[in-house]
Design a protein around this ligand. Structure first.
Ligand SMILES: [Zn+2]
Length: 143
């Protein structure tokens, strides 16, 4: 298939996708911990394998790469020019899967938050994002 990434770029990107311990994510986790939130990593048995699970708050958090998960309006979520039908189909499947996973989790009583990779581009931004996320997680749900 035609490709817009060099093999080196591709393998670097794939490695990042596979790794659950990218540096921005670790920084986010540390900040949340500092803010007093206790989480479980990669808890088994939950739809979509959320990155962070906060059992006490019945909340899960996904850290999504903007490219693969199609962050709306984000410049990282550009579409490759070549083989565009292939990519459109692939992205549509990813987005549909994300939606399904969120529905399943919510049906099980979980609140779902998404943190985008582009929100973690510096340590300062990551710490800020951790603060708003912590506030969201602590907000008492009214159902
Ligand atoms: Zn983004």
């Amino acid at each position: 298939m035609a490709d817009f990434l060099s093999p080196a770029e591709r393998s670097a990107r794939m490695a990042r996708i596979r790794s659950n311990d990218t540096l921005p994510e670790v920084t986010l986790r540390r900040a949340l911990h500092r803010l007093g939130l206790r989480y479980v990593l990669h808890k088994r048995g939950l739809p979509g394998k959320p990155d962070l699970v906060f059992p006490k708050h019945r909340t899960v958090v996904f850290v999504h790469g903007c490219f693969w998960h199609r962050h709306k309006g984000c410049k990282v979520a550009s579409s490759p020019k070549s083989n565009s039908q292939f990519w459109t189909d692939k992205f549509d499947r990813n987005v549909a899967r994300d939606g399904r996973v969120q529905d399943e989790l919510q049906a099980q009583g979980w609140r779902v938050f998404v943190v985008w990779e582009c929100e973690l581009q510096s340590k300062a931004r990551t710490n800020l994002r951790a603060e708003t996320l912590a506030a969201d997680i602590r907000r008492v749900r009214r159902t």
